[in-house]
Unconditional design. Structure first.
Length: 200
């Protein structure tokens, strides 16, 4: 399965505020999503990760994990090359061949505070693919994008997205790409994450 079949970035809708990001509905192939979600719920080797008063979640690195045969496409070099080209086209960015592939699981009570991801890791942009068994806004876990570090309820440009199954959100990482995940109230929130580095 190629990147164009496994993950579809064509048709992504770009938004400039509060910072450059794109929404891609039905991004991941349905069967691949089901297989990945089943692995997340069953055999994925999750590791707890937390920083007090900032975030708490489980993480797994797909590159270093024993993946079922049907999921190995997600770390295949040809797949990642095609995905990098698609992300570059979508966000008009020049990207390096290096790509981190990981996933997050968040249980009730988990949250992520406001941050930008800009820093020593040197990421240029990120692709988040949400996977779940059904999600309502009341369940929490909203991805919130902000135009400032300390937003208020009426801050201009704030956008909130529920983790809709198979929908992806791609965004540029910069000193002002402020975002957070609201506290999980019910259910388990799973996210596949591709992190890209700037190219020359």
């Amino acid at each position: 399965m190629s990147a164009k079949l496994a993950l579809r970035l064509a048709g992504g809708v770009l938004h400039q505020t509060p910072f450059l990001h794109a929404i891609v509905p039905d991004c991941i192939d349905h069967d691949l999503a089901e297989l990945l979600l089943s692995w997340f719920e069953g055999e994925a080797p999750w590791q707890w990760s937390a920083i007090d008063h900032f975030y708490d979640q489980f993480e797994v690195d797909l590159r270093s994990s024993p993946l079922p045969a049907g999921l190995r496409v997600l770390v295949d070099e040809l797949f990642l090359k095609e995905l990098r080209q698609g992300m570059g086209d979508l966000l008009n960015a020049r990207l390096d061949a290096r790509i981190d592939v990981s996933a997050h699981k968040m249980n009730p009570g988990c949250r992520v505070g406001i941050h930008t991801d800009y820093g020593p890791r040197g990421h240029a942009c990120r692709l988040l693919v949400h996977l779940n068994r059904g999600w309502n806004s009341a369940d929490g876990g909203l991805l919130m994008l902000f135009g400032e570090k300390d937003p208020t309820l009426d801050s201009e440009g704030t956008r909130c997205y529920s983790p809709q199954h198979r929908r992806a959100i791609a965004f540029q990482i910069s000193p002002t790409s402020f975002h957070a995940v609201s506290r999980i109230c019910l259910g388990e929130r799973y996210t596949l994450r591709f992190s890209f580095y700037p190219g020359q």
